[in-house]
Design a binder for this molecule. Structure first.
Ligand code: ADP
Ligand code: MG
Length: 327
């Protein structure tokens, strides 16, 4: 049921307007990876091998970054008791980029959030609100400065610390899938990793892509559309994973200062960028920072724009976005 629901939401994401279908229809494939539905649609090639190869890139990186698959790089780092761990070069690169975003956001984005993610356990069938004592204990392990990367070796200087790449991995994987497609001569494609979209090139009719932005107030409908070419479009919102207790919603984006789900008046943040790695991390970070600090951060960065939607339904953006609100 959950998978069907995800699929429906993903179908909402990319609007292919009339004229998009050229003489040769696009080829497409959907797989359940990264704990979501990953969809690849290629418009200017009809090679099943390229389509499958692109999905293989996703599967291979999922196997490195998964915190739960025994033997993955992240699993080995988290179970090393503080000893140095040799990892794949791509894992080292992704962790390095995560630490850069932590520095840029003064720790609003922090991959050592893992003990808190485990404690809240949003995937549990019977989730519950942790006690303050448990939150304090997990919080004491959250500090990105405990992660050291030298070459392809990663060390957690606090042996009880652990990492979770859930706020950035989909973006990094989208970038590597894009690279694979470009290397194989495909330039017009839509990569959709559970709503983390990369719109490659332009449509085959030369027009830009139209990407639907999900309404944070009714996640089965769109609040509007963004028209883009060659851009990553990534949204973070409290509706992806959450549970409710006594009428209160607890969602999966956590404040590394308090240990609780972020509550700052933001309903969702969408980041547009060339690199989806940055887009994914910044969407999570801006959601933590809130509307005002988030906007300031994005304005300080070149070639990156954001669309903010607040709980009071205000919509504002940095830069000149081609956004159209649905009536
Ligand atoms: P999604 O992956 O659902 O599209 P995000 O990209 O915003 O949404 O990532 C949310 C995930 O990031 C959480 O499920 C958790 O694994 C991780 N996370 C939660 N809070 C933080 C944080 N403050 N910094 C870094 N990662 C976080
Ligand atoms: Mg993110």
């Amino acid at each position: 049921m959950k998978r069907l629901y995800c699929f429906f939401l993903i179908c909402l994401t990319v609007l292919c307007l009339p004229g998009c279908a050229s003489m040769n229809p696009p080829i497409s494939r959907q797989d359940f990876l990264l704990d979501t539905i990953v969809s690849v649609t290629l418009y200017d090639t009809h090679s099943q091998d390229i389509l499958n190869g692109c999905m293989d890139v996703c599967r291979e990186l999922d196997a490195l970054f998964s915190p739960t698959k025994e033997g993955s790089d992240v699993y080995r780092i988290n179970h090393a008791g503080g000893r140095p761990v040799a990892v794949d070069a791509r894992t080292a690169e992704l962790i390095r980029k995560s630490l850069e975003v932590s520095q840029l956001t003064s720790g609003a984005f922090d991959i050592t959030i893992a003990p808190l993610v485990d404690l809240w356990d949003f995937k549990s069938q019977f989730p519950r609100v942790p006690s303050q004592h448990q939150i304090d204990e997990a919080l004491s392990l959250v500090d990105y400065r405990a992660v050291q990367v030298e070459g392809n070796t990663v060390t957690l200087t606090n042996p009880k610390a652990s990492i979770d790449l859930g706020g950035i991995a989909k973006g990094y994987i989208a970038d590597r899938m894009r690279d694979y497609l470009l290397e194989n001569g495909c330039q017009s494609a839509i990569l959709d990793l559970g709503g983390n979209v990369y719109a490659m090139g332009k449509r085959t009719d030369g027009n830009n892509w139209t990407i639907g932005i999900r309404s944070p107030f009714d996640t089965q409908s769109q609040i509007g559309t963004l028209t883009v070419s060659d851009r990553s479009v990534v949204t973070s919102g409290p509706y992806e994973r959450y549970f409710e207790v006594d009428g209160k919603r607890y969602h999966h984006i956590l404040d590394p200062d308090t240990g609780y789900p972020v509550e700052n008046g933001l309903a969702s943040v969408t980041i547009l960028s060339d690199q989806s790695t940055m887009g994914d991390a910044l969407s999570t970070a801006c959601f933590v920072l809130g509307p005002s600090e988030g906007e300031q951060l994005i304005q300080s960065l070149d070639q990156i724009d954001a669309l903010f939607i607040t709980d009071s339904r205000d919509i504002f953006s940095t830069g000149d976005l081609d956004f159209h609100k649905n009536s």
